[in-house]
Design a protein around this ligand. Structure first.
Ligand SMILES: C[S@@+](CC[C@H](N)C(=O)[O-])C[C@H]1O[C@@H](n2cnc3c(N)ncnc32)[C@H](O)[C@@H]1O
Length: 213
């Protein structure tokens, strides 16, 4: 699964196939730092929801807070659902690995989407994310961290979710800072929380808020 196409293709098929049940079943508590992130953003700012899924809850909440929202997702099935769930936002079915914007967004929000990339794709996409941010803009990143320090994080990266194989990898705080700090992102806040959901079980949730300086 080292090849770019393989991972993207595998995850697209998996998310297309689970989209309808995910939309019905998925109810999540709002992440603790979501409101903190929103308060940093300018009024009516332009926000990219990266891997926006069904648009619920986050694209919808961003719209309700008065922001202009573009959601992108690899899965065209997820995008169709998101367009119905949040008609006030714009959605596009593209992979974040093909993100191609130039200093456009006041904020980029990524909840549990970047963990679907392997380290090489992650690093390439990180550059595209930073390129898409205006100077002074903010980046919200939420994904799983490892359970054990020093564990081999490239083991067991193909997970089974609702009968579908998909790529998903935890990232340590050290890896995340090594990727984003040299690109000019300054860490404003970090929070680690053990969460349990019916959909995913127990997770070591790591949330980062960065500013592009
Ligand atoms: C766990 S869901 C999270 C959805 C939403 N962000 C949330 O927090 O509720 C992961 C989402 O990331 C999307 N995704 C996976 N790989 C992607 C990629 N390369 N580009 C864009 N979206 C991707 C999936 O299609 C799926 O909708």
């Amino acid at each position: 699964m080292k090849d770019k196409l393989d991972i993207i293709k595998l995850n697209k098929k998996a998310w297309d196939n689970v989209a309808k049940t995910y939309n019905k079943e998925f109810h999540e508590e709002i992440h603790a730092l979501f409101n903190y992130f929103c308060e940093l953003l300018p009024k009516e700012g332009y926000i990219l929801d990266l891997g926006s899924g069904t648009g619920l809850p986050y694209s919808k909440l961003l719209i309700e807070k008065g922001f202009n929202v573009l959601g992108i997702d690899l899965s065209s099935e997820m995008i169709k659902i998101a367009q119905k769930n949040v008609p006030e936002a714009n959605f596009k079915d593209i992979s974040m690995t093909d993100l191609n914007y130039n200093e456009e967004f006041d904020g980029i929000f990524s909840s549990y989407s970047l963990l679907h990339l392997n380290p090489q794709l992650f690093k390439e996409t990180a550059k595209r994310i930073v390129q898409s941010l205006k100077k002074g803009a903010f980046f919200y990143l939420c994904l799983n961290g490892p359970w054990i320090d020093g564990a081999d994080l490239d083991n067991d990266v193909i997970i089974k979710f609702k009968g579908e194989n998909m790529y998903s990898r935890p990232y340590s705080k050290e890896e995340i800072l090594n990727i984003f700090s040299p690109l000019g992102l300054k860490l404003l806040k970090f929070e680690k929380e053990i969460i349990t959901s019916e959909t995913w079980g127990k997770e070591n949730m790591n949330t980062y808020i960065f500013k592009f300086e």
